[in-house]
Design a protein around this ligand. Sequence first.
Ligand code: OGA
Ligand code: MN
Length: 230
Amino acid sequence: MKVLLAVLKQIHKPALCTGNPRCLSSGATSGLLPLGDEAPMVGSSPELVQKLRSQVEVRTDFITEAEEAAFLRELDPGLKKKRYEFDHWDDAIHGYRETERLRWGAACEEILNRVRSTAFPECSQLLGPVHVIDLDKTGYIKPHIDSVKFCGSTIAGLSLLSDSIMRLVKEDTPSEWLDLLLSRRSLYILRDQARYKFTHEILKNEESVFNGQRVPRQRRISVICRNLPG
Ligand code: OGA
Ligand code: MN
């Protein structure tokens, strides 16, 4: 089933976001939230951060080191047989290899069930195969909106092996943005407007700065669960 490829091929390319956040140093307007229980996010204004808080979650340490290792054991042999793809400049993703998996070993299945019950309502119909993206250290994901034809209102992703920054930019108002610190072994969830009205991207190493703090990017594997359109 080529759902995955379709998802990526149909990825929506936004108009050039001229108002993109480049400077994150203006603390007064950064909308910085206290860390702690709150998701590690900074945005163009405190109002935007507040508004999106119900639609964007980041759960730090959602999985343990042992659980991360279980995913690696299951995924790495297959991934290593593929080559990272760098040369398709048209693609939404640069420097990546990917796979999708329907059946998982018991350890990973249990973790994925935890992701599913955390992110999706019980009645939600999920996309069968789980999507896995292995980004090279130099890889990145350009701004896009996931296909509305193939995916529903919620996207939930585990980040393995590296911290990274996910940036959301409002499609019709690029001055409105939100940066999420996706720490290694965290789970992020994007819902509703955050999923439909904002592009999301994973910043390249050179641009990987969260609230003025450098966040070095290593190889990163994401494991992404989606639901079906309603
Ligand atoms: C995608 C995507 C984010 C991630 O595959 O559409 O946005 O965490 N992935 O890898
Ligand atoms: Mn996406």
